[in-house]
Design a protein around this ligand. Sequence first.
Ligand code: ADP
Length: 358
Amino acid sequence: MFNKFVLSTGSTVALNGVWHRYSNSAEAWTLRGVDLEVAPGELVGLLGPSGCGKTTLLRLIAGFERPERGSLQLGQQLVAGGGAWLAPERRGVGMVFQDYALFPHLNAWRNARFGLARGKGDERVAWLFSLLGLEGLEQRYPHQLSGGQRQRLAMARALAPSPRVVLLDEPFSSLDVEVRLRLRSELSAVLEACDASGVIVTHDPDEALAICDRVAVMRDGVLHQCATPQEIVRTPATPFVGSFVLQRNVIPAQSTRPDHWRCSLGDLNDQDIRMGPTTTSEEHCCVLVESKDIEIVIDDRGAASIVSREFLGDLWEYRVRVGELIVRATCAVDRDYSPRTSCNIRVKSGATIDLMAS
Ligand code: ADP
């Protein structure tokens, strides 16, 4: 259990048992007992569906919201909770927003210099312009820059005062794919060059897994797992992490005898399938199966029915209804089935499944 008077050492950011709710919605907690640490130089992703509390968590680190319980530490300093409060402008935190939030009446150079004292920091801004590929654009106004250049400028402005941590709220969502991929692949190197940690909000699992050192997966204000992308892929901590982050099918199941389970896709046993690293001995559990491991068998009298499909270039991804459940299954392009086709679905022999308490 967290003791609020013991400061954790070595972290750039440490949230300890943080609970938060907005004053105008007294019933609903936005954050429920969140513990999260960001190490120096680390890029941590906050990942979860819309409304799960990601932006609130970021605003709390920045000092725009206060925790109702628990505490927040930046470096060795307690900045919120336990009777402490440090104003946002004194926290050494930079912010980058989805909509850039640049000043339209200031040119790029003056936008980037905005948080700096008069006459100080010109060298650092020039260095940031060169680091972020903005050289030559100093005199342009925001409306004379492309979306990607504006976001680079927003990063330069956030990094100019040498913050210990930069908070990025969906910074790439309004950019087109090519620019988004380029900017996000540069982010770690830019933060490293500036000796800053980063916390980035995203609702895109692929983005979080691709660029973050660790990913914090949230739902309804609760942190489900905070781990490296490799750990999350190998051992998702909860059924939600398996379905939201890894897009696995989560199928309720019941253990019928040791190593045998019954679910709406039929009976499973450890002779036919391979057990993944996550397992449980609970009678009522969930089976996690990848969509490539689900087989569709067309059958006029089948219990399942194809709901919709998407063409993924080299595969079809079908959504199939069986009872109350929607299951995703991928098939080769020559297996071209129309919506409303009746079928049966089953777990392929040799598939790897994980079992989790439901
Ligand atoms: P996310 O960033 O994950 O989409 P938010 O942190 O923005 O989620 O919101 C979390 C919850 O808090 C949502 O239910 C949202 O409606 C609510 N919320 C956000 N801002 C406010 C506010 N200023 N006042 C009241 N409720 C808010």
